[in-house]
Each structure stands twice: as C-alpha cells, then as structure tokens.
Design a protein around this ligand. Structure first.
Ligand SMILES: [Zn+2]
Length: 252
C-alpha cells in the first residue's frame, strides 16, 4: 500500500454503509481522490471529527498509485472556515466552487496552482465583506477554469481573430464571437453585453486583491454569473446542482 500525507480540501462527503463515509478530496500534490473514512458515524468514536465539506485537512491514507479510492487512516482539520459556515450564501458559493472542482478535474492529476487558488478562494470567502460574494465566486470560477486548462478566449473573436468586446459567448467555440461572426454560429451560447464581457476579462486577468475593492454584486455581476454557469454546464456536460441552492440563498 502506498501512503499519502497531504493537505487537501474536502469537496464532498457521502454516507457509505452504517458507519462509514466516502470523502472526495482535492490536493495540489495528489489531485482529486476519494477515501473511505471508517467509524466516522459510530456513537462511541470521534474518528475524523470535523471532516466536513469545504474544510482543509491534513490527511494520511493508504492509496495505491493507480487507484481512485483508498482508506483514510489519519486526519486533522487545518482550516475550518467557521465564518462562511454560518452564512447560507457563502456556504452555497463554496458548494458551487467545490462541485466545479469535483466535476472539472481529472482523478489523481496533481495541480498545485489550482490547489493554491482554491484554498485562497475559501479564505477570501470566509473574510470578504458582504455584497461581493457572487463576484468573488465568478472570479474564482474563471481562475479555476484557467488552472484546469479550459478558460474561454475573451479578447479576440474565436472565429475570425479580430479584437472584440463580444456580442455572443459561444460555449462550443470556447469564447467570444464578434458581431460579424455571431449570426453564423448560434447553436451553442448566449448573447453577451459589452459590459459583461469586460467584467469577465477583468476576472480572467486580475487577481482578487486587485479587483475586490471595486467588486459588487450588481446586475452586471448577476449576468456574468449566469453566463459562467451556463458555460460551465456546457463544458462539464452537467447541471451544477449547487447553483440552485445558491440562487435560493440569494432569492434570485
Ligand atoms: Zn469574428
């Protein structure tokens, strides 16, 4: 048995039998992997206490090099993010982000940049002021997509290559289409206002520390988030279930 010992984000946790839980993690060194935590639900034991979704934990486990599922031996919560757990909007935003990582990453593919980015997002979600959480999440989804290798092209028309403010966000073509090209290709995608395209470019090119002061959850941010969710659903070939929870928390 190979041993791993790494800091990892808990992406999800599902019951497995009477006393066990199956946990999916993401770590920079190991990538996405799943472990069975035995005894976690037994009355006597406090095994793996606090190993809830969206915490960062130090985990030791037996995980064969070619396996997707191992057995958790030791765990210790390193960062719990107590603040966002008390706030339904932030908790839902963490859910959307972690579901995207769960769906968008390959199993056992190391990605230190994505891990650092994800941990930074969870910290910002815990400490950021109210009124910019949807912007923070939109920014994080785009940056995570860049680290996963499927970010959209936002500067030049993906069909003819001219600089564009965007008229059409084409999911299948992987970015913005100019006004000349968009009528020819409307099979997948949605119209996009120039202001929303500009906001998307800001998210794609500037770190959160630079955009956070001006960020706010206005109508353009709502339009940006809607576009990102539709694009992610197309790319990941699934509806992100956690988006519904976020929309109901936001009363959208
Ligand atoms: Zn064009």
């Amino acid at each position: 048995m190979a041993l791993i010992d790494t800091n990892a984000i808990v992406l999800k946790s599902v019951d497995s039998g009477e006393t066990s839980r199956r946990l999916t993690f993401f770590s920079g060194e190991v990538g996405r992997f799943s472990l069975v935590a035995r005894g976690v639900k037994s009355k006597s034991g406090r095994a793996h206490a606090g190993l809830e979704p969206y915490v960062i934990a130090r985990v030791s486990a037996n995980l064969k090099p070619d396996a997707d599922l191992g057995t958790l031996s030791r765990s210790e919560v390193v960062e719990r993010f107590a603040h966002f757990r008390k706030d339904l909007t932030r908790l839902a935003a963490a859910g959307v982000f972690c579901e995207t990582l769960d769906r968008g990453t390959q199993p056992r593919l190391a990605n230190p940049r994505l891990y650092e980015y994800a941990a930074g997002f969870l910290r910002a979600l815990d400490s950021e002021a109210d009124g910019k959480i949807v912007f923070l999440l939109s920014h994080a989804l785009l940056r995570a997509a860049q680290a996963m290798g499927f970010a959209p092209e936002l500067h030049a028309c993906v069909s003819c290559g001219v600089a564009t403010n965007g008229r059409w966000f084409d999911f299948a073509a992987g970015g913005l289409l100019c006004s000349r090209c968009c009528p020819q290709s409307r099979a997948t995608g949605m119209p996009m206002e120039a202001e929303v395209a500009a906001l998307m470019r800001v998210c794609a090119t500037r770190p959160w520390a630079q955009v956070r002061v001006a960020a706010d959850d206005g109508p353009e941010t709502a339009a940006l988030f809607t576009a990102l969710v539709r694009w992610l659903s197309h790319h990941l070939e699934c509806e992100l279930k956690s988006v519904r929870f976020l929309r109901s928390a936001l009363k959208l």
